[in-house]
Design a protein around this ligand. Structure first.
Ligand code: ADP
Ligand code: MG
Ligand code: MG
Ligand code: MG
Ligand code: MG
Ligand code: MG
Length: 673
């Protein structure tokens, strides 16, 4: 979340008239970026993480743990502190940044400046994350704690779950039966997004998570906590008219999804071609990392039969009309749209020969006029389709003050559409007139309870990205199979119970020594020295600019794509299966071998990679499994799927103690069994 513009947001009835205006100028802005920066090359690896927190206030008398709605004050305080530290110039870069997020109980933090590819930076990630948490914690009230929980277990229960308390009947933006207006960041953008999604869709969002059915869960389960008969807003009747499903946890507001926390990683690539290649390579990795980081089994006071946030967030911002969702024949709308604007990637975009056209095998509607305009400007089919696909969406928040923009200096209209397409991977074009290059953001992971885990997953993804590029790994499978993997990744105990589609072989056959650089401007290209002259020279920098293997003469990719992939367990995909399938973790180790890593540093990497390895083989459980087990073994749990106030309170106490390292969690964290 970048800077938030203060202005006057238009209601949906007004905003919709500017949809074409925003799209047209958004594309003009993109074309300007393209013209200026398509040949930009030689950018070093820069990368950074984003961590989202939920601030919880403890009431030890009542034994209640409540979401603290003090975001505005907390951020003001943190920003003052942070700029205080930053006046010490030597520290300026190391001072973290705190950002607002959707929930009024949320904070986001990022490192003060992106990390470079230096090994030293990579090894400082955990301490950077801890420092950020320390700062956040230090300037909260004594009874407040910043948690890295993916979903808040009792968001939206009847009674008191926020501090201060607000009644949901005043939820003028969402019209929710469960969460008050004050759950949302008060900045105009957020209530407007909330209201305009509802208005565009012509109903409230409707999320139904399967309930985890326990021994004493009443069946059929008709949720007694839904105010079925409320009639304040016209949408109140939706619940009883079919929106709320039996045996499910029903949720009806953006806050249930966008009020979740996650862990994201952004990479800067050497150039646009490498960014597109990395984007594609990470698409099939996204569901695997979602399964491995699963951390959200509790929703609105109940245990769900799923472990992840993904589908909840997708449902929480699903602004598609009945026609677009295929419930009615198309009459007023332009497209049948298979997915919410928060969803998995629908199109691979790399021009690499590895990207066979057959992999883009799902329905991904695009705006034909925009597609033709991009093509006419000289943009290739794949990228034109990607952009024209994002641009089937309407802008949801339009500020009257910024309708007219200078398309050569602003990217605001472009970002309006781009940044409200929330996909597993995001391709981020550079803003003009900055030092920023073409970037790729990895967005599927759930945030972990401890910074040790967050660092481990961040570092793993960074190393994996280098392993992919330096070993020229081919991870392509049909996008339809990636989508199937996304569904499986969210299932209860997906790591232990599911198989995932994956390539039988990631390694390219034949000679993998590169012959040409991906950079057009050869001279300025910092090509990885241990790959060029054939002389292995160990390096202390993680680099960009890995050349792609040229297509072999014999056309090895002509076979049926169905023969290229199979179903494997996460254990097999991550830790390896046979001689011909080494597994992603061993490939990361092989990449580490190319670096000049000291014994001590190697030991630190081992700790992180061991966590990933043991999550994958099931010898350590996911956060979701740990939380589930905690609730089910709590003395106050009645085997009825309900997470009551007392259980939630004890869970928060435990999560905080685990994070601070004062409570052991055997079977969950490696150093503690
Ligand atoms: P958003 O919320 O739009 O995804 P943020 O501004 O919160 O983006 O930042 C995402 C991450 O990108 C941060 O960790 C930041 O340090 C990192 N970052 C900033 N500049 C670059 C860059 N040039 N290349 C790579 N990462 C960067
Ligand atoms: Mg965020
Ligand atoms: Mg951010
Ligand atoms: Mg953002
Ligand atoms: Mg964000
Ligand atoms: Mg982000």
């Amino acid at each position: 979340m970048g800077l938030l513009f203060l202005g006057t947001p238009l209601s949906w009835d007004e905003a919709k008239h500017y949809a074409d205006h925003v799209r047209t100028h958004g594309i003009t802005q993109f074309l300007h970026i393209w013209d200026c920066l398509k040949d930009r090359c030689g950018d070093e690896l820069l990368w950074g993480d984003e961590i989202e927190y939920m601030v919880v206030q403890f009431d030890d008398q009542e034994k209640n743990a409540k979401l603290s709605l003090r975001q505005t004050e907390i951020l003001a305080k943190l920003q003052a502190i942070v700029s205080d530290i930053a006046t010490d110039a030597s520290k300026a870069d190391s001072v973290p940044t705190f950002h607002p997020e959707y929930g009024r109980y949320m904070l986001e933090s990022t490192p003060g400046a992106p990390y470079t590819g230096c090994l030293r930076d990579l090894l400082s990630v955990e301490s950077n994350m801890r420092y950020r948490r320390h700062l956040a914690r230090k300037y909260l009230k004594e009874n407040e704690i910043p948690f890295t929980l993916t979903s808040y277990p009792r968001l939206g229960v009847p009674g008191v779950f926020t501090e201060p308390y607000f009644d949901p009947k005043n939820a003028v933006s969402s019209h929710s039966l469960f969460v008050p207006e004050e759950i949302t960041n008060p900045h105009a953008r957020f209530p407007t997004l909330t209201a305009n999604i509802r208005r565009r869709r012509s109903s409230k969002v409707a999320i139904n998570l399967p309930l985890f059915i326990d021994e004493h869960t009443p069946r059929p389960f008709v949720d007694p906590t839904i105010p079925w008969q409320r009639s304040i807003y016209s949408e109140d009747a939706e619940a009883k008219n079919g929106a709320a499903l039996i045996d499910h946890i029903y949720m009806d507001a953006m806050a249930f999804g966008m009020g979740c926390s996650c862990l994201q990683i952004t990479f800067q690539s050497c150039n646009i071609a490498e960014a597109r290649r990395l984007y594609d390579a990470l698409v099939p990795v996204a569901p695997l990392m979602l399964a491995l980081t699963a951390a959200s089994p509790l929703w609105r006071g109940y245990i769900a039969d799923v472990d992840c946030r993904w589908d909840v967030v997708a449902g929480s911002v699903d602004d598609r009309t009945d026609e677009e969702r295929g419930l009615k024949p198309l009459k007023h709308d332009r497209f049948r749209i298979p997915k919410s604007r928060y969803g998995s990637v629908s199109l691979y975009i790399s021009e690499s020969w590895l990207n066979r056209p057959e992999y883009n095998d799902i329905d991904a509607p695009h705006d034909e006029a925009i597609f033709q305009r991009l093509k006419k400007h000289g943009i290739d089919n794949l990228l034109a389709r990607h952009i024209a696909h994002l641009f089937i969406r309407d802008p949801l928040v339009v500020f009257s003050e910024t309708i007219v923009q200078d398309d050569t200096t602003s990217n605001d209209h472009f970002e309006n559409i781009q940044s409200t397409n929330w996909q597993t991977i995001r391709f981020k074009p550079p803003p003009v007139n900055t030092s920023i290059g073409w970037r790729v953001e990895f967005r599927s992971m759930e945030v972990q309870m401890t910074d040790f885990e967050n660092a481990a997953f961040a570092i793993f993804v960074v190393l994996l990205s280098r392993a992919i590029l330096s070993h020229n790994l081919n991870l392509y499978i049909p996008i339809s199979k990636v989508d199937e993997n996304m569904a499986r990744a969210q299932k209860r105990d997906a790591v232990g119970s599911q198989k995932f589609y994956f390539r039988k072989s990631m390694i390219l056959p034949g000679d993998v020594s590169p012959s040409s650089s991906v950079c057009s401007s050869g001279a300025t290209t910092p090509v990885d020295p241990h790959r060029t002259n054939g002389i292995p020279k160990k390096d202390r920098i993680l680099r960009n600019c890995f050349p792609l293997v040229p297509k072999p003469e014999d056309g090895v990719l002509d076979g049926s794509i169905e023969d290229e992939y199979t179903e494997m367990t996460i254990q097999e995909i991550m830790n390896g299966k046979t001689d011909t399938f080494p597994g992603l973790i061993p490939l990361v180790y092989a990449y580490l071998e190319t670096l000049d890593v000291s014994e001590e540093e190697r030991h630190q990497f081992d700790q992180y990679l061991d966590l990933i390895r043991r999550r994958s083989d099931g010898s350590l459980k996911t956060g979701a499994s740990w939380v589930r087990d905690f609730v089910r073994s709590h003395p106050a749990y009645k085997l009825d799927s309900v997470v009551n106030q007392e259980i939630n309170y004890d869970l928060m106490v435990a999560a905080d103690e685990i994070e601070r390292g004062v409570r052991k969690a055997p079977g969950f964290l490696p150093t503690q069994d």
